[in-house]
Write a protein that binds this ligand. Structure first.
Ligand code: CTP
Length: 300
């Protein structure tokens, strides 16, 4: 078990557990971990091995090492249990001193069709949180394979997006690529750090698409964060049309709303600029006080 928050062995009033595959980690997973953390005061996340996932539902897209790293980078996570068993038992919860575990309101089955949470549900040590609508690994893979741009955030797609919204899970084909995710100010507030830069912080600005947030992005943002003792990292996100202009095809695979949440969930990020200009000029750095109070650091 690896502690991420520096709490180490100190007293934890209510540790809670979330245990899953966490393959192709997206903001739906982050939102589940955010909700799980709010049900206790210390979040331990169990992540299954490749072998366990392959046995019960087929091979994962990302390796266990990649999946561990992605989960570690989510800011609500305090500890990771690598190789947590696919079936969650009372023994596992007791081992980590957790009163209960938290899962989204969908069911996970073993290869024999048994509910992987049956034992803990029966013992009353299971809590449910709401799944985030409009995102799943299947939907993201569908967008990539079908080369659709319907998920982009613009007025051309607006009618299609709203026409499809709210017709229920069966009306929403994962293969249309049309995200039913609707961004709200509440969701942004829930994900945002709400921290202003403090005197003595080094403000660092980085910009890009940060599409399909992956371990390359995590490695980069970790490196940026470590540039200073007290880094305040601002990530500028380009609008969908801008990303499409320089990446082509149907990129970005995740629209600006989705990319905002993916980046905000990362523990190395303090603030996000939603729709940052492509060119990084002096005005922009001055506006965000990049380098003020310490040395200038701009990583592109
Ligand atoms: N989850 C969620 N919202 C989503 C997707 C997943 O709240 N849109 C939750 C699941 O309910 C689970 C946790 O995130 O509690 C980890 O999900 P996991 O079982 O690893 O994956 P899936 O549920 O299969 O996610 P996906 O459909 O994206 O593959």
């Amino acid at each position: 078990m690896v502690s991420l928050s520096g709490f180490g062995n100190c007293w934890k009033a209510c540790p809670v557990m979330a245990i899953s595959c966490y393959d192709m980690v997206h903001y739906g997973h982050s939102n589940q971990l955010r909700q799980a953390k709010s049900m206790g005061d210390y979040l331990i996340v169990g992540v299954h091995t490749d072998a366990e996932i392959s046995k019960h539902k087929g091979p994962p897209v990302f390796t266990q090492e990649e999946r561990y790293k992605m989960v570690r980078a989510i800011k609500w996570v305090d500890e990771i249990v690598e190789g947590a068993p696919y079936v969650t038992t009372l023994e596992t919860l007791d081992k980590y001193n957790c009163d209960f575990c938290v899962h989204g309101d969908d069911i996970t089955l073993t290869v024999d069709g048994k509910d992987t949470y049956a034992e803990v549900k029966q013992a009353g040590r299971y809590r449910e949180c709401k799944r985030t609508q409009g995102v799943s690994t299947t939907d993201l893979v569908g967008r990539m394979l079908l080369m659709t741009k319907a998920h982009h955030s613009n007025m051309v797609n607006y009618q299609q997006h709203t026409d499809n919204f709210g017709k229920g899970a069966t009306a929403h084909s994962p293969w249309t690529g049309v995200s039913q995710f609707l961004q709200t100010s509440q969701k942004i507030i829930q994900f945002a750090s709400a921290k202003e830069p403090q005197p003595g912080d080094t403000i660092i600005y980085v910009a890009g698409a940060f599409d399909l947030f992956h371990i390359g992005h995590v490695d980069f943002l970790e490196m940026v964060y470590k540039q200073a003792e007290r880094a305040y990292v601002i990530v500028g996100l380009h609008f969908d049309q801008e990303v499409n202009r320089y990446k082509g095809k149907n990129y970005p695979i995740m629209n600006i709303h989705e990319r905002t949440l993916s980046v905000l969930a990362c523990r190395y990020v303090s603030e996000v600029v939603i729709g940052a200009p492509y060119a990084v000029g002096k005005d922009l750095l001055d506006h965000f006080k990049v380098g003020h109070g310490s040395r200038l650091l701009s990583v592109l």
